[in-house]
Design a protein around this ligand. Structure first.
Ligand SMILES: Cc1cc2nc3c(=O)[nH]c(=O)nc-3n(C[C@H](O)[C@H](O)[C@H](O)COP(=O)(O)OP(=O)(O)OC[C@H]3O[C@@H](n4cnc5c(N)ncnc54)[C@H](O)[C@@H]3O)c2cc1C
Length: 389
């Protein structure tokens, strides 16, 4: 959506195909990073964006076996709004879609499920999709695969995926939120269990970390055991665990980390999770995807406007530019995942991790995770122009 918006803003004809009929999906995280607020500022949209209901936190804490520890302090970041925003992703996407719709060059087709690629010899010339009105073919100078970690586009393009793997999965469910509940609590680490809680006003969006492929075992142990584990992890939730009446209330989110060897071929490039699936660890995948979108618009708008084809050298430049920040963050995610997995088994004995103990003692250390989560590595800025046709 962000790529489509920026390219349409630069006067390029764009069609965004989205397989669902709305953005009301629960599986992608809710974080608006300081870097994204900064981009909104650079686009002159920050004031309007801030009117979309959201919450802001200038620091992140977690609870380890009942002790609160401070993980990250965003207040020192030199950006227009040094906070993490928590905004349901459908509101964010609807905002961007609304902004994009101001440009004649933009169109969004919902319920268009991309099923394959159109080819002319070895060159990709467009996509095929199914829609409620029947099959659709869209021809394009460039196909940008932004269809996430289960990307159909990258499979159809036969791009080689290098799996890093992830030892965890996440169970995703809602529990009601009561007025006297504690404020925003992102992480609860207790007795080797990890429960992420996102405050969505009327309810808590909960993410419970489990072993990879461990869901069947949890189901076998039964819903009562699951409720007991949750109550031990976050005791204040005890009075509402009967809201989980059935396993259908709980969605399994498969976590993976991977990257494409080559993100592109003639007529096509993948970005975001389609090029590098991110784990939820650190809540950074959205940032990476948006930064990819900005870099893509910066590098692609001119060749898309002026040349009959986008040269492979330009697509290669985009991959090179974005590979470095992605691989650094993925390496950190792998390291943290390994730590999480180890600690899930030993946490009761080992307590708070060393870095967090140091960050408690030396608050300036909290600026490091703040920088990595809030801005990332080599932040992108808007260099694509606004051109009205
Ligand atoms: C459980 C979980 C929690 C997470 N929490 C966070 C978080 O809090 N913060 C954070 O920064 N990151 C988080 N992440 C990572 C983040 O979700 C991704 O890195 C990010 O969403 C990637 O953005 P994207 O636009 O590349 O792909 P996606 O957000 O996955 O978007 C892909 C889009 O393509 C559409 N699509 C898919 N297939 C097709 C098709 N065939 N045809 C047409 N449309 C299609 C989908 O409907 C979707 O709209 C989380 C990940 C998981 C698994």
């Amino acid at each position: 959506m962000m790529t489509g918006f920026l390219l349409a803003r630069a006067g390029i004809d764009v069609i965004v195909l989205e397989k669902h009929k709305d953005f009301f999906r629960d599986f992608r995280g809710d974080t608006i990073h300081p870097s994204t607020f900064q981009l909104m500022h650079e686009l002159g949209l920050l004031e309007d964006f801030l009117r979309v209901p959201h919450q802001e936190v200038s620091s992140l804490s977690a609870i380890f076996n009942g002790h609160e520890v401070h993980l990250a302090d965003f207040s020192h970041l030199k950006v227009a709004r040094p906070v993490i925003g928590l905004m349901p992703q459908w509101d964010f996407l609807n905002f961007i879609a609304g902004q994009a719709a101001r440009y004649k060059s933009f169109s969004l087709i919902r319920q268009a499920d991309v099923t394959g690629l159109l080819m002319n010899h070895d060159k990709i010339t467009g996509v095929t999709a199914t829609t409620p009105d029947g099959p659709l073919k869209v021809f394009a100078k460039l196909v940008i695969g932004t269809d996430g970690r289960q990307s159909t586009v990258r499979t159809a393009a036969d791009l080689t995926v290098i799996e890093t793997g992830a030892p965890i999965d996440v169970l995703w469910f809602r529990l009601s939120r009561h007025p006297d509940d504690p404020g925003q609590i992102l992480g609860n680490f207790s007795k080797g269990r990890i429960l992420i809680l996102l405050d969505r006003s009327a309810y808590w969006q909960c993410g419970y970390v489990i072993d990879k492929d461990g869901y069947d075992r949890i189901k076998e142990e039964g819903l009562n055991k699951f409720r007991t584990d949750l109550a031990e992890t976050s005791p204040f939730l005890k009075d509402r665990l009967l809201e989980l009446t059935d396993w259908t209330d709980i969605q399994l989110l498969s976590v993976k980390i991977d990257h494409l060897h080559t993100w592109y071929r003639e007529g096509l490039i993948c970005i975001g999770d389609a090029a590098h699936a991110m784990s939820p660890v650190g809540g950074v995948g959205i940032n990476l995807a948006i930064q990819d979108a900005v870099a893509a618009a910066n590098l692609l708008w001119r060749p898309l406007r002026d040349q009959p084809d986008v040269p492979l050298t330009v697509l290669a430049r985009l991959q090179i530019r974005r590979t470095f920040p992605t691989r650094i963050i993925q390496a950190l995610q792998v390291r943290i995942q390994q730590g999480i997995n180890h600690r899930r088994k030993t946490l009761e004995k080992t307590g708070v991790p060393l870095f967090m103990r140091l960050a408690e003692r030396y608050p300036f250390l909290r600026r490091i995770p703040a920088r990595l989560v809030g801005i990332g590595v080599r932040p992108e800025h808007i260099h694509s122009p606004e051109i009205r046709n």
